[in-house]
Design a binder for this molecule. Structure first.
Ligand code: X2X
Length: 360
C-alpha cells in the first residue's frame, strides 16, 4: 500500500467510527417505537395518542418515530396485560388507562373507587388536584417502582352507564342487568353491590357483545368512547352518574427512556404535556365550564360534537341525570366496596387524595 492509499484508508476508518458520534445518538434509536392504545383510533385516547406521536415526530425532526397501535393489537386483545408488556419491553410506549394497569398496580384503583368524585362541586378541578398533588405523585411512584416510567397524564373521562333494558336512576333499577366490565376486580365488586350482574369482557370483544345482546349494558365515558362507537345503535338508556373517573397515563419502558438523549427526553416531556392538555379537553368538552371547547378552538382542533348529551338525545337516547339525592343512594349502596378496597389501595394514598381534593 503506498502512502496515499494508507492515508486514505486511515481517513475512512476514522470517519466510520467518528461520524455516528458527531451525528448524535441517532444511531442508538430504534427506527420506530410501538405505542399501545386499547380502544380504536377515533376514541378520545386514540386521538390523543396520534396527537402525541405527530408532535414528537415534528419536534425531534424525525429522530423519534412513534407508531400508535390501536384496538389492543399489541396485547392480543387482553388489555390487562399491557402493563407487563411495557415493563418487559415488548411495547415501548403506552397511553394507558389506570383501570387496565390496576390489576398489577393496586394504587391505581384509587380513581375507580365508586362515587368518590361524583358529588364534588367541580369534579374536574378535584381530579386535576389529585393528578398534580401528593396523591398523583404517589400513584406515579407506585408504577415506577414496578418498572414503567411515566411522562404524563391523559384522560378517558368520567364513566357513564348505558343499557338497552330500562332507565336507571336508582340502585334498584340495576337489578340483574348484565353489564360488561373490564377484567379488573373492583368492577365486579361495584356492580354486584348495586345488584347487577357484571360480566368481564375485553373491550376488543365488547361491541360484538353489545350487538349480539350477550350483555345489556356497559360503562364508559361519553366523549371518548360512547360517541365514537355509536353506542345509541346498541343501547337506549344513558345514566349520567359520573360514578368513577378514568385517568390515562403515558408510560415508557425505562430502558427505552434512558436510551434517549437528555434533549430528546425534554422534548418528549413537552409533547406529553401538550397531549395531556389536548386529551383532557376532548374528554371534557360539553361537560365543563366551556374551557375545553375554547382551548380546542384556539388550537384549531374544534370537535364535531360540542354538547354530547344533546347529541345523544338527538340520536334517540334517553339521558338520565341524577339529582344529588339519587347520586347519594348510589354512593350509599357502594359503601362496602369502598370499605373493602381502601385498605388494598392504601389508607395513606386515599387520605392524600382527600387532602388534594379539599385543596381546590
Ligand atoms: O375497556 C374499557 O372499557 C376501556 C376502553 O374504557 C378501557 O380500556 C378501560
Amino acid at each position: 500500500m503506498n502512502r496515499f492509499a494508507s492515508l486514505a484508508l486511515a481517513v475512512l476508518i476514522l470517519a466510520f467510527f467518528a461520524l455516528p458520534a458527531l451525528a448524535g445518538t441517532k444511531g442508538d434509536y430504534k427506527p420506530e417505537y410501538k405505542l399501545s392504545v386499547v380502544p380504536g383510533p377515533t376514541s378520545g385516547w386514540g386521538l390523543s395518542a396520534t396527537y402525541f406521536a405527530d408532535l414528537v415526530a415534528q419536534r425531534t425532526e424525525g429522530r423519534i418515530v412513534i407508531k400508535p397501535y390501536f384496538g389492543s393489537q399489541l396485547l392480543a386483545g387482553k388489555q390487562t396485560s399491557e402493563f407487563l408488556m411495557v415493563r418487559n419491553g415488548a411495547i415501548d410506549f403506552a397511553l394507558a388507562s389506570t383501570i387496565n394497569w390496576s390489576p398489577q398496580v393496586k394504587e391505581l384503583n384509587l380513581t375507580a373507587l365508586p362515587f368518590m368524585l361524583a358529588a364534588e362541586p367541580d369534579r374536574y378541578k378535584a381530579l386535576d388536584a389529585i393528578e398534580t398533588g401528593a396523591s398523583g405523585k404517589m400513584m406515579i411512584e407506585a408504577i415506577e417502582g414496578k418498572g414503567v416510567k411515566i411522562i404524563g397524564w391523559g384522560e378517558n373521562g368520567f364513566r357513564e352507564l348505558t343499557n338497552s333494558k330500562r332507565p336507571v336512576s336508582a340502585p334498584e333499577d340495576m337489578k340483574d342487568l348484565k353489564i360488561r366490565v373490564v377484567g379488573s376486580p373492583i368492577f365486579i365488586d361495584t356492580f354486584r353491590a348495586l345488584g347487577a350482574n357484571p360480566v368481564n369482557m375485553n373491550w376488543a370483544e365488547a361491541t360484538t357483545g353489545f350487538q349480539q345482546g350477550v350483555v345489556d349494558g356497559q360503562e364508559n365515558p361519553v366523549n371518548g368512547i360512547c360517541i365514537p362507537v355509536k353506542i345509541w345503535t346498541y343501547h337506549t338508556y344513558l345514566t349520567d352518574w359520573n360514578y368513577i373517573v378514568d385517568p390515562l397515563l403515558l408510560g415508557v419502558n425505562p430502558k427505552v427512556w434512558s436510551s434517549f438523549s437528555p434533549e430528546d427526553q425534554q422534548i418528549l416531556l413537552e409533547c406529553a404535556q401538550l397531549a395531556e392538555r389536548y386529551g383532557k379537553a376532548i374528554a371534557r368538552v360539553g361537560m365543563d365550564n366551556g374551557e375545553s371547547l375554547a382551548y380546542l378552538q384556539e388550537i384549531g382542533m374544534a370537535p364535531e360534537v360540542a354538547d354530547p348529551f344533546a347529541f345523544l338525545a338527538e340520536k334517540g337516547m334517553t339521558v338520565i341525570r341524577l339529582t344529588p339525592e339519587q347520586s347519594k343512594a348510589f354512593h350509599d349502596a357502594t359503601a362496602p366496596v369502598r370499605a373493602n378496597w381502601i385498605p388494598q389501595i392504601g389508607e395513606g394514598l386515599v387520605q392524600a387524595a382527600e387532602a388534594d381534593m379539599a385543596s381546590v
